[in-house]
Write a protein that binds this ligand. Structure first.
Ligand code: PLP
Length: 382
């Protein structure tokens, strides 16, 4: 991933920083374009994974749409070139102000998560004399077999409308003159590596479509969300996720009606592998059973390990010492959860060595904070 020149340069730079490889992002996007062109599928990039302007403008240049979960994400998408008619807006708690941003920009779709929300969108659209295009986010009750904090498609989760509510939802839509139902939306979770979950989703979507068909409704758009996982353990073996297999599952199993369009909302799978968090070792400290490698990046720059026990591959780019030692790699923040990895093997490591935390392009920099009054983390592109 890194050349000798990169490493020399990193030693001279102020750390920590996010380093983005635009060629990895371009190859990823090209692979998506190749696969989706085969089937005429539409992909919306989920901005919440990484909303840096450079990343957004590159992604939109490949023709992708945007999937937003806040008013400010809608604005960021528009500012960075995404066409408004390719912007989907999801989220269980859209504020009136955010709904108005969507209405003013005539976005592609409001993905509605409750009956109350449909009524509010209808009222706000009526005030503006507009018809809001809506999709119903339906909870398919499919287990994504991922971490409980990033599982979203079970009936117990806060997301989406459950199947037993659908009759009532249809009657609300029938009474609402300023919304138009144009789609069904699903999203079962994130970092899904067992593709069987997507197969189960296809089967559920077919059943739900059948239900709508029996109610004389055929929507124009089916949106199956995102969630495709990436290889955090061996990133170099799989820098580009297996989009061939992913899209083919839907081609093989999902029954589209004539004229129906299929949409996806991918976040992590697009941006995770192009980013790495680069840090320096501040101190090595002997522990009871391990050594601590205390680095200058912490949970303020990358919270995923502390938030949901996420695993990232960690490399010492400065040392090719063949003697491996055991380290807990930890940050400087005053929280015991500020730990990137426990008891991992690294080449003998010393103060000043460059540490790369791999696969951090998604849900890394966007989730950074200035807790402990830390400086905003820098980013570099090459
Ligand atoms: C987060 C999210 C996505 C993207 O999820 P990834 O796992 O990053 O692909 C897609 N759709 C919705 C509604 C989301 O909330």
């Amino acid at each position: 991933m890194f050349s000798k020149e990169d490493i020399v340069k990193f030693h001279e730079m102020k750390t920590p920083f996010y380093h983005y490889k635009t060629d990895v992002l371009k190859q990823t996007l090209q692979s998506i374009v190749n696969e989706t062109n085969k089937y005429n599928y539409h992909v919306h990039y989920a901005l919440k994974a990484n909303a840096n302007a450079q990343i957004l403008s590159l992604i939109q240049s490949y023709g992708l749409g945007a999937d937003c979960v806040s008013g400010n994400e809608i604005i960021a998408a528009i500012e960075n070139g995404f066409p408004t008619d390719k912007i989907a807006f999801a989220g269980v708690g859209k504020s009136d102000e955010e709904i108005n941003i969507g209405l003013e920009n005539d976005i592609f779709s409001f993905n509605c998560e409750s009956m109350a929300e449909i009524q509010v969108i209808n009222e706000l659209a009526a005030k503006k004399n507009k018809i809001a295009k809506i999709a119903l986010r339906i909870n398919p009750n499919v287990n994504a077999h991922t971490h409980q904090y990033i599982t979203t498609g079970l009936e117990e989760n806060k997301f989406g409308i459950n199947k037993w509510e659908l009759e009532d939802v249809l009657s609300i839509i029938a009474q609402s003159k300023n919304v138009k139902l144009m789609g069904l939306h699903f999203h079962i979770g994130s970092q899904i590596t067992d593709l069987k979950a997507f197969k189960s989703l296809c089967i559920r979507v077919n059943e739900i479509q059948e239900w709508f068909y029996n109610h004389h409704i055929i929507v124009d758009h089916i949106n199956v969300g995102g969630g495709l996982g990436i290889n955090y353990y061996n990133p170099d073996e799989e820098l580009i996720p297996d989009f061939v297999m992913f899209f083919k599952i839907f081609k093989d199993l999902l029954k589209l009606r004539p004229q129906q369009h299929l949409h996806f909302e991918l976040g992590r799978a697009i941006v995770a592998q192009c980013g790495n968090l680069i840090s320096k070792v501040l101190y090595i400290k002997k522990g009871v059973n391990t050594n601590f490698a205390i680095i200058d990046a912490g949970m303020t720059e990358l919270i995923r390990p502390a938030l949901y026990q996420a695993v990232h591959k960690i490399e010492n780019l400065s040392s090719d010492n063949s003697i491996l030692e055991t380290y807990d790699v930890v940050g400087p923040i005053c929280e015991s959860s500020d730990c990137f990895a426990k008891a991992i093997k690294l080449p003998a490591t010393k103060r000043g060595d460059i540490i790369a935390i791999r696969s951090t392009g998604a849900y890394g920099e966007v989730l950074s904070s200035n807790y402990n009054l830390r400086e905003k983390v820098q980013d570099f592109y090459d």
